[in-house]
Ligand binder design. Sequence first.
Ligand code: HEM
Length: 404
Amino acid sequence: RAPVAGPGPGPVTLPTARAEGCPFDPPAGLARLRAGRPLARMRYPDGHLGWLATGYSVVRAIHADPRFSSRYELLHNPFEGGPTGPLPPAPVGDLTGLDAPEHTRYRRLLMAKFTVRRMRALTARFTEITDAHLDAMERRGPALDLVEAYAKPLPALMICELLGVPHAGQEDFQRHTATLMTRGSTREEVVAAMTALQDTLAALVTAKRAAPTDDLLGDLTTTDLTDDELAGIGSFLLAAGLDTTANMLALGTFALLSHPGQLAALRADPALAAPAVEELLRYLTIAHTGARTALEDVEVAGHLIRAGETVTLSLEAADRDPARFPDPDTLDLRRRATGHLAFGHGIHQCLGQQLARVELQVALPALVTRFPTLRLAVPPEDVPLREGMNINGVHRLPVTWDET
Ligand code: HEM
């Protein structure tokens, strides 16, 4: 057992500045900390004195430790300009803000519905949806914004299939989710879209109770979940599955276009799809930061974390830890990137990860093989990156190709 360290150097603040011209690398300050202080004292913007974990083994261990809580009302926000003080509790249906046993109940019910049969059926549907979008891009011709033409609509349609949103309702559903995902939306637009979505989900739950359908929401109406819980879970799945996969598709394409050798390898070898997706998930770790609060005094990596102290978990720094992944800053589609933390770890590990993998393994290779001359339509430094958001990505990805 390592000895408990003394006071050590003073508290740090969360590094957020990305190095100029490096759209894919985590803030450089994180790497410096990871090398010297993989678990460091951190001062939060609201004055809270907590911790920042950047080393792979520390970040993973805290995710797996039931003495740490995910309840939002115990967490402090590590980012400047965000809410201060403890956060409001999780809305109904939001799994990530719950601990066992409340979390266990939802998680078990949902896990039972993410069946192999359902995932297989979704894969077949996803291939059709992908091909239809590639056909539409071909018809439109170069140049276009890949976010709007491909990265956003594919996961949105998948969620509709998963939840069982009828065809007629899909356009509304997509329009509202697009408003939520657009940075330029006004507060009024966001509130209106959220209300409309909740109403849509509530109406959907009522309809499915009356006539159960063979989809995830239809299946869940046969459990003891209340209407409120069902509508809440539906909204949460929607939020969890949209922004994440859409940004992985767009940022993943940007990363491939910026590494032509890797892109050529993926194009040449369909068997590379699965390891390539794992490596892109690791390299980009778009859900970059998590948090937990100690429920009791816990000793971690030679430090004593006191009950009530929040630990910010830098997933993006952990996934670039040279102690876990050799030469971590190199994108190498052939490496074994398994064990990465892009989907988190422990009881909250991403419930939609198999679905996300299917989407990425189908959509990325299909795009680069359909358009062999695909390239950026603007200099890389002009691609607008999402800054200061929970999920990294790009707002737009202007691409072009040679017509045959
Ligand atoms: C949880 C990332 C796609 C549903 C998580 C967590 C991460 C994550 C890091 C853990 C959060 C925590 O520990 O607090 C991602 C990424 C995705 C993706 C990077 C795409 C590339 C999806 C999709 C769905 C989904 C497609 C649904 C269809 C969920 C749910 C949870 C979750 C329900 C909460 C699980 C729990 O708390 O037990 N995701 N996700 N995710 N994700 Fe995903």
